[in-house]
Structures are given as structure tokens and as C-alpha cells.
Design a protein around this ligand. Structure first.
Ligand code: C2E
Ligand code: C2E
Length: 108
């Protein structure tokens, strides 16, 4: 019906009914862990992170959220898929999953 009337489906739903949105996982890098990591395999990730910090003018953060598009490009560089790269980054211990826990560990 929405197609027929050329209007968004949401216009036909009762108010307050949200459309299901598929939430992509946010990729958050732990910059200290990344920059201090001795494995040269992470070189390209570190280079991209530095370049993003530079473009955002954001040099103070300990974490960096990266775009899904950039993750995709990086995956190509590593000849893998985005999820394959996430697994790799996970194994290297350079991802932050729980921001609250990450910052809470500082306060202890
Ligand atoms: P842009 O893509 O034209 O984005 C302009 C501004 O919109 C950004 O300024 C930021 O304040 C905001 N913005 C854009 N996308 C997002 C987003 O997904 N989330 C949030 N919270 N804000 C967003 P900013 O950060 O100073 O970046 C300046 C320019 O640097 C961007 O212009 C873009 O060309 C480049 N850049 C920054 N971060 C990235 C990145 O992670 N990947 C890539 N490929 N380029 C980036
Ligand atoms: P976020 O700010 O929570 O944004 C989540 C998603 O909303 C982004 O996923 C993007 O698809 C969309 N989005 C948000 N703001 C903008 C915008 O200004 N322009 C466009 N075209 N899309 C926008 P994405 O791209 O995968 O980025 C993931 C996260 O990376 C963002 O989460 C944000 O924390 C960070 N990020 C991405 N680009 C920028 C940027 O240019 N500047 C800054 N400061 N942060 C960015």
C-alpha cells in the first residue's frame, strides 16, 4: 500500500510503533593497545587510526570509533571480510566492547 501511495511505510503505522532497525556493531578501537602493540600486522590499522584522528582533529581520545566503510576498506587490505577483520582485531585485543567497563577500570 505504501508503494502504491508512494509514501514511507512508517506513515501507515500507528504512532509510536518503531520500524525494526538493524543495528550494525560499532567498531571502537583501543588506541593505547593498538599503538603499543608490537605486531607489525596491525600497522595498517594504526596508520588508518592516526589518519582519522588527524582528520577529526581528535588527538586526546583513548578510543576511536571507526566508520563501517573504513572497516570494509581495511578488510580488503587484509584480504578478509569485515567480520574476519573484527575477529582478528579481537584476537589482538585492540577492540573496546564495553565502554562503561573500559572507563570504569580507570576509576578503580
Ligand atoms: P565529513 O564526512 O563531511 O563530516 C563532517 C562532520 O560531520 C564531521 O567532522 C563530524 O563532525 C560529522 N560527522 C560525519 N559523520 C559522522 C558520524 O558518523 N558520526 C558523528 N558523530 N559525526 C559525524 P569531523 O569529525 O571534524 O571530520 C571532518 C572530515 O574528516 C569529515 O568530513 C571526513 O571527510 C573526514 N573524516 C573524519 N572522520 C573520518 C572517518 O572515520 N573516516 C573517513 N573516511 N573520513 C573521516
Ligand atoms: P555514530 O556517530 O553513532 O553514527 C552511527 C552511524 O550513523 C554512522 O555509522 C553513519 O552511518 C550514520 N551517521 C551519523 N552521523 C552521520 C553524518 O553526519 N553523515 C552521514 N552520512 N552519516 C552519519 P558509521 O559511518 O559506520 O560510523 C560509526 C561511528 O564512527 C560513528 O557513530 C562515529 O562515532 C564515528 N564516526 C564516523 N565518522 C565520523 C566523523 O566524520 N567524525 C567523527 N567525529 N566521528 C565519526
Amino acid at each position: 500500500m505504501a508503494d502504491f501511495y508512494r509514501i514511507p511505510v512508517s506513515e501507515l503505522l500507528p504512532e509510536g510503533v518503531p520500524l525494526p532497525v538493524e543495528q550494525a556493531e560499532k567498531i571502537v578501537l583501543n588506541l593505547e593497545a593498538l599503538y603499543d602493540h608490537p605486531d607489525s600486522e596491525l600497522e595498517h590499522v594504526a596508520k588508518l587510526a592516526r589518519s582519522i584522528q588527524q582528520r577529526r582533529g581528535d588527538y586526546n581520545g583513548r578510543i576511536l570509533s571507526i566508520r563501517a566503510d573504513d572497516l570494509y576498506t581495511l578488510a580488503v587490505v587484509y584480504s578478509t571480510t569485515p567480520s574476519g577483520l573484527i575477529e582478528k582485531l579481537e584476537d589482538f585485543g585492540v577492540l573496546v566492547h564495553d565502554l562503561q567497563a573500559f572507563f570504569a577500570s580507570d576509576a578503580e
